[in-house]
Write a protein that binds this ligand. Structure first.
Ligand code: ADP
Length: 496
């Protein structure tokens, strides 16, 4: 892993959310953990966030370091710090960002109708800060853009004269693309060429994410396999052609795991802690858990775990036939935590009724319970249809809980199928998206469980894997260094 960079890379990390100040999903966690890891590795990083009410409240008496007019709005740039100590720049503009609701939506769940302007302004501001037009002495080498709300940064940067920062666009969730009617974007000051089919045009409207993909210097997504998958018609969500055209600039970097929260050696939710040399503690925790959950299986009978949003993406339908079959014929217990689509909730409720004392379904979201399931299960099921990165399979590895995963996205990149001939591998990996394949995987896991030498080897192989942010952040540092080495990005003579 590289340590400090030869010249200290200056990075502006632009994001619409950052935990714990504002978070609607995984992007919020990444935006807190990745900059922290980058700072530890010597990157001079600043996080840029919109001045939502909660963000301004967290700042206290922050210093105003610049005042910049962007798209007809006067933005005050305030400087503070994130709770993790990373320098924070906040774009304060009450008309755009200080209101109730969430970052993208009002309390009634509808998108803010000025989102194009809100995130256009944020992107334009970041572009100014990343160019010679910035009023500040501190100039980033790289502007790192995250998802559609910051994807216009590379587009605006093309229009600013003089030197400019290189750009990285990271796709955390391809399902959200920042699609707006052309009329709506008239007020965000895009140049005429931006409306072209080679630029932002997307089926008669414009897509902010597409703009970022066309003009970024580098594109990343959250796993190497997902980076390949999103170039295909099956996974590309309509953007596959744009992604294929940029495949040379596209890479995948797995998200990291927060091992302060998710490591059985320090997990504060558990009554005892353990590591790879204390698996008897995992067995004791399992006994305690079986009693607490009303699971009526002997402690040596294998226990499977599921923690999931119950959505189509998660491959729950593959369990409809395979789980009753395997429960009918083999000895195992199952604990399921999750909520979502009624058909999946009904399936697990029925399974619980059909196999009393062997299957427990807890409907809802329960963080402490999810830690217990990771710690006490023997295997963990994650048969996703697609999975950009996925976290639970990485948690499972650390907890000595064998992941059973479908070979897609981050699951394919973080779990290696166990080979009994070589003793190499960390889990059970299956390929086809059908119930037979999942049933095969479950039976393979149960057969290996009955052969403790293999099982223990697989468990310990998994517990040694390191997906920490320190490790994964190093890959971003390499990418930034590569961009810095290739010199100031050229401004094309002609664009569009
Ligand atoms: P996704 O973001 O697609 O839902 P991930 O595996 O990347 O899937 O992350 C899901 C996170 O949410 C994990 O930390 C998981 O433990 C947690 N989670 C999901 N459902 C529940 C639940 N019902 N209760 C507690 N935690 C949950």
């Amino acid at each position: 892993m590289p340590s400090a960079v030869p010249h200290q890379t200056k990075l502006l990390f632009a994001t619409p959310e950052c935990a714990p100040l504002v978070k609607t999903g995984g992007l919020g966690d990444v935006s807190a953990a990745l900059p922290e890891a980058l700072k530890e590795q010597g990157v001079d990083v600043r996080v840029l966030l919109p001045g939502y009410t909660a963000v301004l409240d967290s700042l206290g008496d922050a210093a105003e370091i610049a005042r910049i007019e962007v798209l007809g709005h006067d933005i005050r740039l305030l400087e503070g710090k994130l709770p993790n100590g990373v320098p924070l720049w906040v774009a304060a503009c009450p008309a755009l960002y200080s209101r109730g609701g969430g970052p993208y939506q009002a309390d009634d769940g509808g998108d803010w109708d000025d989102n194009a302007l809100r995130f256009g302004a944020l992107s334009k501001l970041a572009a100014v800060l990343g160019s010679d037009s910035s009023p500040l002495a501190w100039r980033p080498d790289i502007v790192h853009c995250n998802d559609w709300p910051t994807a216009l940064i590379p587009v605006y940067l093309r229009e600013i004269e003089g030197r400019r920062a290189a750009t990285v666009v990271t796709i955390h969730n391809l399902a959200f693309q920042g699609i707006f009617e052309k009329a709506q974007v008239a007020r965000i000051g895009l140049p005429a060429w931006a409306y072209g089919v080679d630029a932002l045009e997307f089926y008669g409207r414009i897509s902010m994410l597409k703009g970022g993909l066309v003009y970024a210097d580098a594109i990343t997504t959250v796993s190497p396999t997902h980076a390949k998958e999103i170039c295909t018609d099956q996974y590309g969500m309509g953007l596959q052609d744009s992604l294929r055209a940029r495949s040379g600039a596209l890479t995948g970097i797995l998200n990291g795991v927060d091992y302060d929260e998710w490591d059985p050696r320090v997990d504060r939710n558990l009554t005892q802690n353990y590591d790879a040399d204390q698996l008897q503690v995992k067995a004791q925790l399992k006994r305690e858990f079986l009693g607490r959950m009303g699971l009526n299986i002997a402690p040596e009978v294998p226990l499977g775990g599921v923690i999931s949003r119950l959505a189509q993406q998660k491959g729950i339908e593959l369990m409809f036939e395979s789980l009753p079959q395997v429960l009918e014929w083999r000895e195992l217990g199952l604990v399921v935590l999750g909520s979502g689509e009624p058909r999946y909730e009904e399936f697990f409720s029925t399974l619980q009724a059909d196999f009393p004392g062997r299957v427990v379904f807890r409907r809802g979201y329960d963080d402490p319970l999810s830690h217990w399931i990771e710690a006490t299960s023997d295997f963990f099921l994650m048969p996703s249809l697609y999975e950009p990165c996925g976290l639970n399979q990485m948690y499972s590895l650390r907890y000595g809980t064998v992941p059973i995963v479908r070979k897609t996205g981050g699951l394919a990149d973080s779990v290696e199928h166990y080979n009994p001939d070589t003793g190499v591998g960390t889990g059970i990996v299956f390929n086809d998206f059908n119930s037979e394949a999942l049933e095969w995987a479950l039976n393979t896991a149960l057969d290996l469980y009955a052969a403790p030498t293999h099982w223990l080897r697989m468990v310990r192989n998994g517990m040694r894997r390191d997906f920490s942010w320190q490790h994964q952040g190093g890959m971003y540092v390499e990418l930034y260094e590569k961009l810095v080495r290739s010199g100031p990005p050229a401004i094309p003579a002609e664009v569009g």
